[in-house]
Design a protein around this ligand. Structure first.
Ligand SMILES: [Fe+2]
Length: 300
């Protein structure tokens, strides 16, 4: 069966895609929307009115102010149409939960990328009115966009403030303390000037590498389908392995007693030191291959 990644980015093959992916290079491809008829004819994607009529749950709408997911509210589909008409962008979470083809495409993409079974994969639909867009930000996830209807401009710029961010950040908001702790340079207050502009039309596809700055503006009422992947970092891999190893020990499972007790604090230090000594003896025999096999093993 044709790989999803090759269907999206043809004539690029998977190998060529992976070399761009390794270099954090955005990629676009422009096709006739008919190539994706199976997706674009879904009731969720054939038009905004069809989407709102068939949508089974709440819709997210950008609130006045910064058009960003940190500044949005959940409304019912009727209210969503009114908000869209008055200029609010809308986004719809996890349509893959009710559309099998979206779930399959999402999973196919994850496998084509060789991402961990622990990856948090999501699909989203964005409906953005003409002249509106999203505020400048970067995401911690890997993002694929398929433009379904209307046109949308994207401005994309490399992130010189931080490599491999683990949380998203929108200009004009406060970074979370952990992100702030590993910045290479101050976060900009305006969108970086050295950006590339892409215009997505129905059938256009964009790969947006993790952490890349971007902002958008719909030049017509626009509907797009996104697939995002929050894959585990090496930190997550080690944390998972460490946790499953340590949970086997009743001592590690013990309550961390007296860590804040002035008199009994030394007992806490001594217990923790004993446990750390045991761990130090255990770690030299750890092998990446064994850990990965244990983590990535398909459930029975
Ligand atoms: Fe984004």
């Amino acid at each position: 069966m044709e790989k999803v990644i090759e269907s999206l980015f043809s004539p690029l093959n998977r190998e060529e895609f992976i070399s761009a992916y390794r270099e954090n290079r955005p990629i676009t491809a422009h096709h006739d929307i008919d190539k994706f008829k199976e997706l674009s004819s879904l009731k969720y994607l054939s038009s905004l009115s069809s989407l709102l009529e068939s949508w089974p749950s709440k819709v997210n709408a950008y609130s006045p102010g910064i058009p960003d997911e940190v500044n949005s509210t959940q409304v019912d589909p009727v209210q969503a149409q009114k908000l869209f008409d008055s200029g609010s962008g809308l986004y719809f979470d996890d349509p893959n939960n009710t559309e099998e083809i979206l779930a399959k495409t999402l999973e196919g993409l994850r496998q084509d990328l060789g991402l961990s079974n622990l990856t948090y994969s999501r699909s989203l639909i964005y409906a953005i009115p003409k002249g509106k867009g999203t505020a400048p930000h970067f995401d911690q996830n890997i993002n694929f966009v398929l433009q379904i209807s209307g046109t949308k401009k994207w401005w994309v710029a490399p992130n010189t403030s931080v490599e491999n961010p683990m949380t998203r950040y929108t200009i004009g908001t406060n970074p979370d303390p952990e992100l702030d702790s590993y910045l290479d340079e101050d976060l900009p207050t305006t969108f970086p000037s050295e950006s590339t502009e892409y215009e997505l039309k129905p059938g256009s596809v964009l790969f947006l590498p993790r952490g890349t700055w971007h902002k958008t503006e719909a030049t017509e009422d626009a509907l797009s389908l996104n697939f995002t992947f929050s894959a585990p970092t090496w930190i997550d891999m080690l944390q998972t392995a460490l946790r499953s190893r340590l949970t086997q020990s009743p001592f590690w499972r013990g309550t961390a007693n007296f860590t804040t007790d002035l008199e009994l604090h030394t007992e806490a230090v001594s217990m923790f030191d004993t446990l750390l000594d045991q761990l130090k003896q255990d770690v030299p025999s750890w092998q990446a291959r064994d850990i990965l096999r244990a983590i990535e093993m398909e459930p029975e």
